[in-house]
Design a protein around this ligand. Structure first.
Ligand SMILES: NC(=O)c1ccc[n+]([C@@H]2O[C@H](COP(=O)([O-])OP(=O)(O)OC[C@H]3O[C@@H](n4cnc5c(N)ncnc54)[C@H](OP(=O)(O)O)[C@@H]3O)[C@@H](O)[C@H]2O)c1
Length: 251
């Protein structure tokens, strides 16, 4: 049966891949990001199964409108993928601007709190699912990535807290691997002066050698998880290709 999912950061990259995978599985998808033309493009392709709202999720006041708009479009919510995120600022701590960190946390962390809080009543009704897009940077520290890594650690642990408080909802945090998206381009374009030269060059080389993942690959796994993650996964963090997720990785 057709379900309804919200996907944030769905204008490009991993979020777009997740949304496309959900549409292909005959679900309804409500997209959120700032760039209207990219969201409109998917709605134009699938007018009856896609709707969207343009919003800067750093503005925490938009969260109730996101949930209400999704309900108005499709009448229920079976799951939400908190996928949007930013890497910036890439700076070392000694030259950090704490206001830039605050902006990054508004986007990567506090918007997730605002959206999940608003979605909980609907997800309780549907016994729905939350997927939080995490990162290996939530656990490994890379010079220059303090804002990003700590914000991803916060949102990953947030997933565990949702699970203990909302056992009727299944919440998982997923690291999608290194993807060939604009975020990796931002590393190559903006990371050189703050990252360690060895780590920076490894990112440049992985791109040059075609080793970055097509976002469709983890996107399909995340789409299957927001549809069907089982309660034994509740509150846990996994890499997209973890053996525990084998049944969600089948083509
Ligand atoms: N790429 C990687 O290698 C990698 C690795 C590990 C984890 N991740 C995680 O995967 C997720 C997706 O990353 P990606 O690589 O697909 O990045 P991306 O290509 O830069 O896409 C980011 C998405 O987030 C949206 N977004 C950014 N700021 C926003 C804001 N203030 N309000 C609303 N939407 C906003 C963007 O849309 P608009 O610009 O249209 O608003 C876009 O749709 C992120 O959470 C990222 O941390 C990525």
């Amino acid at each position: 049966m057709s379900k309804v999912f919200i996907v944030t950061g769905a204008s490009r990259g991993l979020g777009l891949a997740i949304a496309q995978s959900l549409v292909q599985a005959s679900h309804k998808v409500f997209l959120v990001a700032r760039t209207e033309k990219d969201l409109q493009a998917l709605k134009t392709q699938h007018p009856s199964s896609v709707d969207f709202m343009t919003a800067d999720l750093a503005d925490l006041k938009v969260a109730p409108a996101v949930i209400q708009s999704a309900l108005k479009a499709f009448h229920k919510i079976d799951g939400i993928v908190i996928n949007h995120g930013v890497l910036a600022p890439i700076t070392r701590i000694f030259e950090a601007d704490a206001e830039e960190w605050r902006r990054a946390y508004d986007i990567n962390v506090f918007s997730a709190v605002a959206l999940v809080k608003e979605a909980i009543p609907e997800l309780r009704k549907s016994k729905g699912r939350i997927v939080i897009v995490s990162s290996g940077a939530a656990f490994g520290a890379y010079a220059g990535w303090g804002s990003y890594g700590t914000s991803k650690a916060a949102v990953t642990h947030f997933c565990a807290h949702i699970a203990v408080e909302e056992p009727s909802i299944t919440s998982v945090a997923i690291s999608p691997g290194k993807l060939d998206t604009d975020m990796q381009k931002a590393i190559r374009d903006d990371g050189k002066s703050s990252m360690s030269p060895k780590v920076y060059e490894s990112f440049v080389d992985e791109h040059k050698n075609g080793l970055l993942l097509d976002p469709k690959t983890p996107g399909n796994v995340i789409a299957k998880l927001v549809d069907g993650a089982t309660s034994d996964l509740n509150g846990k963090y996994f890499r997209w290709n973890a053996t525990e997720l084998a049944s969600f990785q089948e083509a």
